[in-house]
Design a protein around this ligand. Structure first.
Ligand code: FNR
Length: 191
């Protein structure tokens, strides 16, 4: 039987009409059958301070528990001022602490994002990948995915209206599946 994987996805935008939430919905729809996709919410996290480390609040513990419970993590995020949106960076800081309990260590990840501009979140992705490197996460380096969001590209229900984009995103998710499978196999072998 084919191995199944649980993938948690974090959406870097809190906006009601977020185009990155639409992209995440689309990715859930084109995900391979081996992937079970579940959102890891970040909206209710307080702003992180190491004052919390001695007694993590329920929101911080829930985030760390959610990441521990999945096989891989997918980041779907906009680019704000050429970098990572504050709420997403805050969530990563929460998950990386308390010291010695970094949730991203040895956790396979991939990064994708969409913006109306042609650059398609490329600069944010470079910053996010640097952060995830520091957090010791094995990351899918290729293929990269910089999605320019043209009006109507993805419906409110997560349906992709352009065949080329649908094919690309389906292939990208299959690549993430194969990457996750390889990383987890290597980690299991090395333990
Ligand atoms: C943006 N936007 C933006 N776009 C981009 O391509 N590069 C950027 O650096 C920025 N910077 C930026 C800062 C702030 C504070 C906002 C609110 C917006 C535009 C952005 O891509 C657009 O608003 C998208 O709709 C954001 O994605 P979500 O939040 O709709 O998923």
């Amino acid at each position: 039987m084919t191995r199944q994987f649980t993938v948690g996805y974090l959406i870097g935008s809190l906006a009601t009409e977020s185009i990155n939430r639409k992209l995440a919905m689309a990715l859930v729809k084109v995900a391979p059958p081996e992937f079970h996709m579940t959102e890891i919410p970040i909206r209710d996290l307080p702003l992180y301070s190491y004052d919390y480390d001695a007694d993590y609040p329920p929101e911080g513990r829930a985030l760390k528990d959610a990441i521990a419970a999945v096989d891989a993590v997918l980041f779907v995020s906009p680019e704000y001022n050429r970098s990572i949106p504050g709420p997403l960076k805050n969530a990563i800081d929460w998950a990386s602490r308390p010291w010695g309990t970094n949730s991203f260590s040895r956790k396979p990840t991939a990064v994708i994002g969409t913006s109306p501009g042609a650059i398609g979140t490329a600069v944010m992705q470079q910053d996010l990948k640097a952060v995830l490197s520091f957090c010791d996460s094995p990351q899918m380096n290729a293929p990269e995915a910089y999605i320019q969001f043209t009006p109507g590209l993805i419906t409110d229900d997560g349906d992709i209206t352009n065949d080329g984009t649908a094919d690309f995103l389906r292939t990208w998710m299959e690549e993430f599946h194969q990457f996750t499978r390889r990383v987890l196999a290597a980690l299991a072998e090395s333990q």
